[in-house]
Design a protein around this ligand. Structure first.
Ligand SMILES: [Ca+2]
Ligand SMILES: [Ca+2]
Length: 138
């Protein structure tokens, strides 16, 4: 974890740089796909869903602590990714939904830069690094 300065424009710039974004998302997908079958199950997605939810809590969107309710939150997030509802998230679904989520984050952030603790392998960290180290995108 490290604390970085982030604003909406940084995220939008990252998402709109299709090549860099695709590489980063594919990379994350491969990392999450622990059994290497090319699809993400709910269990495989859980780590990423928890990470996304941390972001939501950061903005006070929801603060639920009841474990049953949390499980429902994660399940509904998973269904959001699983566009064809076959119980697995493929790379296309993952890319599409990640893009939507990141754009929604960018909207939430607006133009005001905020300080945020980011995990090193998270997409948001990649968005930040890309801005400061253009070599990563190349
Ligand atoms: Ca898998
Ligand atoms: Ca699916």
């Amino acid at each position: 974890m490290s604390v970085e300065i982030l604003d909406g424009a940084t995220i939008v710039g990252f998402v709109e740089d299709e090549e860099a974004f695709n590489v980063c998302v594919s990379d994350l997908f491969t990392q999450l796909d622990t059994d290497k079958d090319g699809l993400l199950s709910y269990a495989e997605m859980l780590k990423e869903l928890q990470r996304l939810r941390v972001f939501e809590t950061h903005f006070g969107v929801d603060v639920k602590r009841d474990p049953d309710e949390l499980a429902r939150v994660y399940e509904s997030m998973f269904v959001q990714f699983d566009h064809d509802l076959n119980g697995r998230v493929d790379l296309e679904e993952f890319k599409e939904e990640t893009k939507q989520i990141m754009l929604a984050m960018a909207n939430g952030l607006g133009f005001l830069p905020v300080q945020m603790a980011l995990e090193h392998d998270s997409l948001l960290m990649k968005a930040v690094q890309r801005e400061y180290c253009p070599k990563i995108a190349a």
